[in-house]
Design a protein around this ligand. Structure first.
Ligand code: ADP
Ligand code: MG
Length: 607
């Protein structure tokens, strides 16, 4: 038996490096973020052999003082926070103080810097503990050579030069998007591949995502107290886009967040045709206290204090932009919300004689002073009811009664959601049960059903797969091809077979059996994006449910699809059988009950 011994510091760093430094792209992200934190106005990146052989990031920021250089390479040494309180409001991109130390433990790192006002530059690296004088006009240069050269076990996980470069280029694009006010240059193997001058946000988005995207895109601009969303949302009607770009930044930080993604998708739901995905570059600014960025070492995920409000807010801002009225329709910062409770129980508040509009209790305000999520979905009901004078309501009721289809037999009580009557505007199903009227959001409900089915499938065995008669081939980004290669096994367990045909095209040969109706290409792209973002290990553990929810969303019936009454009935029956079918995967309700007494009250019957 061996004695217990403390690990040497270098080994601790190498182990910790596993969290931060996975591949050249993760090194690049850390180095570029350090340059941003240092207040750089221009960042110059040079890569060799996909960044594995060499990566050099130069900035013109405030630099590091000579006596601090060696500290910068120590683990948990940072100039960015000093207390836990500060972590709560962290505004800089870095804060863990472990990036440089981690990188230095798995590569040859040289740090050269000239602090603002210093008379000369100094360099440290290659195991020296003392800084030595060096030549540099201003700012900082970090030179990283031979990544994982001393850790063969990790080096062998690196992919081809082109794949590693593709990942680096993506990191570079995200950071360039996040700071249009700065200049950026990227060169690979001696050739400049991207160069951006300081420019307006809209110009930058166009330069990064292509003119094709920028030309038809709508401006998103909303401001409500502490929250602001701006950016460009792709034209839903645009023909093919060269890139399926979805970029979201929270306080300048690129994030992948399901709440935000879903909010945008919801805003597009009515205007986007088929299974197409919107392209967008959006920037959400909010008080740092409202968002926790300390969820994951790679910091690509965040957690919102009040995710419902954020969802609501973003959805409205994007929807307003898509409706072409961003300027005239400021996103309200507090709208009356009709709660499910209001709908299910009469409030017992209507006095004698005379019309009383249902009482809409504003839901408890979130910490950010925003309306809660259901407001958007139900405020239409509120305004419609409030706007109707009593005479008109009476008349409307009579007119409706005259044209109402013959009442169908009352459903048996073992069908809690009742029988379908009709479809409203391609979005809602109207059904009748013993209590009254049931209103179902058909897409949300279907999505939930599929999601639960996937979960059960994956829990018990691999998801059933269905080979495609004719494989779907498509031109793919390098990063997508890379993901298909890297994550073949995870794809298989999810029911996919996606194989590279070349460095720039993929073939989908099989999809999950439940998803045969979905657009195979869009579905494949979504799943690949998820896998390349988080890696298959993470995806299958922590992001599994999110991935399944994305898949479910692909297959769920879209708004505007006509359903027959038997189809609608089938959906209601499936809902009854599905656990948690009362909410969609994103926590929105999937159905509401309007009791007869609610309706009677609306029409002043029985008074
Ligand atoms: P963190 O960014 O989390 O503080 P790092 O290991 O990335 O940790 O960097 C350690 C410290 O080195 C930073 O806090 C900062 O003071 C300094 N530093 C790193 N890169 C730069 C740079 N490009 N310009 C100025 N200072 C830097
Ligand atoms: Mg850092």
């Amino acid at each position: 038996m061996r004695a217990i011994a403390l690990l040497p510091d270098k080994l601790i760093s190498q182990i910790a490096a596993g969290e931060v430094v996975e591949r050249p792209a993760s090194v690049l992200k850390e180095l570029m973020e350090n340059a941003l934190d240092a207040g750089a106005t221009a960042i110059d990146v040079k890569l060799e052999a996909g960044g594995v052989k060499r990566m050099r990031v130069a900035d013109d920021g405030h630099g590091i003082a000579r006596e601090q250089l060696s500290l910068a390479l120590l683990r948990h040494a940072t100039s960015k926070i000093v207390s836990l309180d500060e972590l709560e409001q962290v505004a800089s991109l870095g804060f863990r103080g472990e990036a440089l130390a981690s990188i230095a433990s798995v590569a040859r790192l040289t740090l050269t810097s000239r602090a603002l006002g210093a008379t000369e530059a100094c360099a440290i690296g290659g195991g020296e503990s003392e800084a030595r004088p060096a030549a540099l006009g201003a700012g900082t240069v970090v030179d990283v050579e031979d990544l994982f050269g001393n850790v063969p076990a990790r080096r062998k996980f690196l992919k081809s030069e082109q794949t590693e470069y593709a990942h680096c280029a993506e990191v570079f694009r995200r950071i360039a998007l996040s700071r249009p006010d700065l200049g950026f240059t990227l060169a690979h193997n001696g050739r400049v591949s991207m160069h951006f001058k300081p420019e307006s946000a809209v110009t930058r988005v166009g330069n990064v995502l292509g003119a094709e995207f920028a030309d038809g895109a709508r401006r998103v601009e909303a401001n409500a107290g502490p929250l602001a969303v701006q950016g460009l949302a792709g034209n839903p009607a645009a023909a093919k886009l060269s890139r399926e770009a979805q970029y979201f930044f929270v306080n300048g930080r690129y994030v992948r967040d399901k709440v935000l993604q879903h909010a945008v998708r919801a805003a597009y739901a009515d205007v986007l045709h088929g299974d197409r995905h919107p392209a967008y570059a959006l920037f959400l600014d909010m008080p740092p206290q409202g968002v926790d960025v300390n969820v994951h070492p790679a910091k690509i995920e965040v957690r919102f204090r009040d995710s419902q409000s954020v969802h609501q807010y973003v959805m409205r801002a994007v929807a307003a932009a898509l409706a072409g009225s961003a300027a005239e329709t400021p996103v309200p910062d507090a709208a009356p919300a009709l709660t499910p409770a209001d709908l299910r129980r009469p409030d017992g508040n209507d006095g004698e004689g005379g019309w009383r509009a249902p009482v809409f209790t504003p839901m408890q305000q979130g910490g950010l002073g925003l309306a809660q999520a259901p407001a958007a979905y139900y405020s239409f009901a509120a305004s419609a009811a409030a706007a109707m004078p009593s005479g008109a309501a009476q008349y409307a009721a009579e007119a409706a009664a005259a044209y109402a289809p013959a009442a169908r037999e009352l459903p048996a009580s073992d069908m809690p959601l009742g029988q379908a009557l009709a479809q409203l505007h391609g979005i809602y199903i109207l059904a009748q049960n013993h209590a009254g009227l049931v209103l179902v959001d058909m897409h949300a409900a279907h999505e939930r059903i599929l999601y639960e089915a996937f979960k059960t499938d994956l829990d018990t065995r691999a998801i059933a797969t269905q080979p495609l008669l004719i494989p779907v081939t498509f031109a793919a980004e390098a990063i997508e091809v890379a993901a298909a290669e890297e994550h073949a096994e995870a794809l298989q367990s999810l029911g996919f077979e996606i194989v590279p045909l070349s460095g720039a095209s993929l073939a989908v040969r099989a999809v999950p059996a439940l998803l045969t109706d979905a657009d195979a290409k869009l579905l494949a792209r979504d799943v690949l994006r998820e896998l390349s973002e988080f890696g298959s290990g993470e995806v299958m553990k922590r992001h599994r449910d999110e991935l399944l929810s994305t898949m479910a969303c692909h297959a769920a019936v879209r708004a505007n699809r006509r359903l027959t009454v038997p189809e609608m009935d089938a959906l209601l029956r499936q809902m009854e059988e599905t656990e948690r079918s009362g909410q969609c995967n994103h926590g929105r309700p999937t159905w509401y009950q309007f009791a007869m007494s609610d309706l009677d009250r609306l029409f002043m019957r029985g008074r």
